[in-house]
Write a protein that binds this ligand. Sequence first.
Ligand code: ZN
Length: 341
Amino acid sequence: MMLFRPTTAGSLPKPGWLAETEKLWPKWKLEGAELDQAKRDAALIWIKLQEDAGIEIVNDGEQFRTHFVHGFLETVQGIDWDLKTRMGIRNNRYVVDVPTVTGPLKRSRPVHRDEAAFCREHTKKGLKFTLPGPMTICDTLADGHFGKRADMAMAFAEILNEEALDLEAVGVDTIQFDEPAFNVFMDDVKEWGVAALERAARGLKCTTAVHICYGYGIDANIKWKETLGSEWRQYEEIFPPLNASKIQQVSLECANSHVPISLIGLLPDKDLLVGCIDVATNEIETPQAVAATIEEAMKYADKERIYPCTNCGMAPLSRQVAAAKLEALGAGAALARERHS
Ligand code: ZN
């Protein structure tokens, strides 16, 4: 088995002909059949660029959705998109008008199945698909129906599971749930967050992953990070329950981070998607810097469990910067492979 197989946390920038650029909530520039075709074209470009960069487990770069949470929810019944509730999310880091859950939840149809099948047709590399995690969904919607966040999370976990099984059936190799909320609500993670995640992954035979980060490199996150002190130890609370869970891979932030990398020692039974690319800067990492982050991780984890990755999604970056960072990631992994195979 090849050592240090690189992958990314998920999102990549939308080309300028598809959507507004360098925005977290971009507007599409096309509609109808033209938009569908353009999304596929954009996914193909990114799959090709990932392959060329030496990324071994590729994905669609989230070209099919404008935002990682709402893209999945758009077709779910039980959510009133016109009933907006003003809410502080991620423990009041951002205040936004969010849609409201008003009734029982039901997935009206597979959301990303055909898109994943299209990607599968066009790559022989490992294929990953990302979905929002149940806790993060619950933190991005207002609850006007369930009364308890844990109950709403479990209901979302059930429909995420239906979707994940559909993705697996069309040949997706890795399904990753994105749970940035895990670094914010650490008590909830222990009480019901991991259980909801396991419910979402129930019955999957493909590889399962969870991505837990400190968010995109946008102003609200940078300000939040300034309040966290010099050492970020949120992972310390959530890694033990995650290590005991059935989820196989954990994607975490390591590059330029205040997270002590020794905390990965708390995940002795998991594969580690080690963030070697900082998504909060336009500076391009050198392959040497990527290899150095991998080598730091090797002090606390066997090399066979290390998958070089990005700290988070790269959607808000420019296309040029994201492409260059992919190249750096692939080259850094190759360098580490040369040194340690
Ligand atoms: Zn992230």
